[in-house]
Write a protein that binds this ligand. Structure first.
Ligand code: HEC
Length: 145
């Protein structure tokens, strides 16, 4: 009887562990999907800015896509989502204040890009470069190569 209770407790514990691991894995995959979407809009904009395609009318869609997604970065780094199949470095949770300020700079630059869409191309390219700097500003410190 006692043994059955212990086995039951172990099974329960393992069940909880599995659930947590699955939640973390889900959080990681969700985060990566958000960044892939942001990256997709950035790649599309590079093609337009380099005049490889003539879709300048699409600029506002991509700029808004990035600006809409950027604030989601505030909740896609929950505690525990730094372990598993992720390139997110532990420093994210250790240097939470610095990470948050880089995230805010990114969100602000994304809003700047949205505002610059539809304006003169030179100004848009400037906003695009500023935004690109905030991507690498975070990746260089908080993403594994
Ligand atoms: C505040 C930090 C931060 C900012 C700003 C940021 N990223 Fe990232 N990015 C990360 C981290 C951390 C990862 C690793 C996520 C993981 O593997 O769980 C990542 C991953 C990615 C990935 C790979 C996703 C995958 O498939 O695994 C792409 C693409 C990406 N970012 C693009 C961008 C672009 C483009 C920008 C700017 C427009 C940007 N990121 C801004 C932190 C940031």
């Amino acid at each position: 009887m006692k043994q059955a209770a212990i086995v039951g407790a172990i099974a329960l514990t393992l069940g909880c562990l599995t659930t947590n691991a699955q939640a973390d894995e889900g959080a990681i995959q969700y985060r990566q999907a958000i960044f892939q979407a942001i990256g997709g809009h950035m790649t599309a904009l590079v093609r337009i800015v380099r005049r490889e395609v003539a879709h300048t009318d699409d600029i506002a869609v991509h700029a808004s896509g990035i600006a809409d997604l950027a604030p989601l970065t505030a909740h896609i780094f929950p505690e525990g989502s730094g372990e598993g199949r992720t390139d997110a470095l532990p420093a994210i949770w250790r240097n939470a204040d610095d990470f948050a300020s880089r995230r805010e700079a990114f969100i602000e630059a994304a809003e700047g890009l949205r505002s610059a869409a539809g304006g003169p191309m030179g100004q848009f390219v400037g906003a695009f470069q500023t935004l690109g700097g905030t991507c690498s500003g975070c990746h260089d410190n908080y993403r594994a190569d």
